[in-house]
Ligand binder design. Structure first.
Ligand code: KIV
Ligand code: ZN
Length: 510
């Protein structure tokens, strides 16, 4: 079995998905989960893009143990120095520097000759090597570059000290047969090829990101770059869970393996979907709601007799059927902490107190608290902004023949404020009352509600996205009552807006 390294770029290329705005706490929560998942490299961000990006990468570098932490940098002095500074606290650190190599990019975007591009690449790799021994060089738009020019620039980058060479299909133009040939041609013709890792980074514009990555692995690539749920620029990147499960399920064919703990795939997918607000389509392979559901009678009959009649992998293997443990209002602090540890959350004592208080509050109102509820609760607590505004109480009246009316009591830095408003529906009335109480009325761009589990007893989980000028923030709230979850999500987003942890439209990323 060949060992394939998994380089996750959910926090960099994935975060470039239109409308995604992750706060530093949310990025950290995703990075911790990626470490649990067992990826080899986490590309934590593009530090030159903004002070917020820099701070998030640095925090991940300081706090996340296990994977190598990578930061992206154009072939520019300021980028490379900023990237180096951001990953400095990490035990294993990588600078990933890139320059475009396709004729159209060199001529139109960079306005540089091929010779100048090679010179810049060599200089950038050399500079990055002054900060770390682990340097990745990418030829942006390699998928549309001249193969012999790629051989030339990669030869020079290796001589300058690059330890991983990445072949990106930046615009998703490649097809598997051609991409496999390209990767194999480059590896066979580049002097020094055997001393470096060969990476591929594919985009999904033609729906072929995963299959192009797999073709490249067959052709000799030793690292694959991907994102959870395939999120990313435009149509997205290669989906990590699909690449990993294809390699695993068809290991007879690929003869290659990764270090990913497949049982953490589903939880990773859910977390990324929840925090980015990017919904996973029900029919998405591996992690979609229907991926293991059998609807037709013939299929159900087959699965009932022998699962392998219609299942090529089982749901447990990707972490979908996590044993359901149930806690209730009589469960004590010890049982609660033990349940969290079994789910992989190491919670410090000072964090346990507020978490346990919220658990008790929910357990008092809901007969059983399930695994899914616990995961949602911990993630909600870990990613919530400091509560400048806090919901103290609310009342809502609505009915078929009534105009919905809401009254809210909010703790603000100026004291408690009570406000009332009517609206088109109960949630609209609550949002208007909250806006009045806090004196902010940003635009509500997205509202999404989901149940943590099936059944009417599930916790309601709401995600909202708010925009104030060029700043975008997301907020989440969970509670047994969906109107309350909606109010909590709105206040969480408002708190982020005030704390300035949203993202700005103006950041330009590669
Ligand atoms: O798609 C791309 O080319 C990239 C590079 C920065 C690797 O994301
Ligand atoms: Zn990309």
């Amino acid at each position: 079995m060949r060992r394939i390294k998994v380089f996750d770029t959910t926090l960099r290329d994935g975060e470039q998905s239109p409308g995604v705005a992750l706060s530093p706490d949310e990025k950290l929560a995703i990075a911790q989960q990626l470490a649990r998942l067992g990826v080899d490299v986490i590309e934590a961000g593009f530090p030159i893009a903004s002070p917020g990006d820099f701070a998030a990468v640095r925090r991940i570098a300081a706090e996340v143990k296990g994977p190598t932490i990578a930061a992206l940098a154009r072939a520019m002095k300021a980028d490379i120095e900023r990237a180096a500074e951001s990953i400095e606290p990490a035990a294993k650190r990588r600078i990933h520097t890139f320059i475009a190599t396709s004729p159209v990019h060199m001529e139109k975007k960079l306005q540089m000759s091929p010779d100048e591009v090679v010179e810049k690449a060599v200089w950038a790799v050399g500079l990055a090597r002054q900060y770390t021994d682990d340097v990745e060089f990418s030829a942006e738009d390699a998928g549309r570059s001249d193969p012999d020019f790629l051989v030339r620039i990669f030869t020079e980058a290796i001589k300058a000290g690059a330890t991983t060479i990445n072949i990106p299909d930046t615009v998703g133009y490649q097809v598997p047969w051609k991409f496999g040939e390209l990767v194999s041609y480059i590896i066979q013709n580049t002097p020094g090829a055997e001393g470096v890792d060969w990476s591929v980074h594919t985009h999904d514009d033609l729906g072929m990101a995963v299959v192009n990555s797999l073709a490249a692995i067959r052709a000799g690539a030793t690292q694959v770059e991907c994102t959870i749920n395939g999120i990313g620029e435009r149509a997205g990147n290669a989906s990590l869970e699909e690449v990993v499960m294809a390699l695993y399920t068809r290991r007879d064919f690929f003869e290659a393996e990764t270090a990913v703990n497949t049982r953490e795939l589903y939880r990773s997918s859910q977390l990324v979907s929840r925090l980015t607000g990017m919904v996973v389509p029900p029919n998405k392979a591996i992690v979609g709601r229907n991926a293991f559901a059998h609807e037709s009678g013939i299929h159900q009959d087959g699965v009932y007799k022998a699962r392998e009649t219609y299942e090529i992998m089982n749901a447990e293997l990707v972490g979908r059927e996590a044993a359901v443990m149930v806690l209730g209002k009589h469960s004590g602090r010890h049982a609660f902490k033990k349940a969290l540890a079994e789910l992989g959350y190491e919670v410090a004592d000072e964090e346990l107190k507020p978490l346990f208080a919220r658990f008790k509050e929910i357990a008092d109102r809901k007969r059983q608290v399930t695994t899914q509820d616990l995961i949602a609760l911990v993630e909600d607590e870990q990613t919530r902004a400091p509560e400048l505004f806090k919901l103290l109480d609310m009342q809502v009246h609505s009915g078929l023949a009534l105009t919905p009316v809401a009254t809210v009591k909010i703790k603000t830095p100026d004291g408690e404020v009570t406000e009332a408003a009517t609206g088109d529906g109960p949630v609209d009335a609550v949002y208007k009352a909250v806006s009045r109480a806090v004196g902010l009325s940003p635009k509500l761009e997205r509202y999404r509600i989901e149940a943590t589990t099936g059944g009417t007893e599930a916790l309601g989980e709401v995600m909202v996205r708010l925009r104030q000028g060029s700043v975008v923030v997301t907020g989440r709230g969970i509670a047994p009552d969906v109107v309350e979850s909606s109010a909590r999500a709105y206040l969480d987003a408002l708190n982020k807006l005030v704390a300035g942890v949203g993202s700005r439209d103006s950041i330009s990323s590669p």
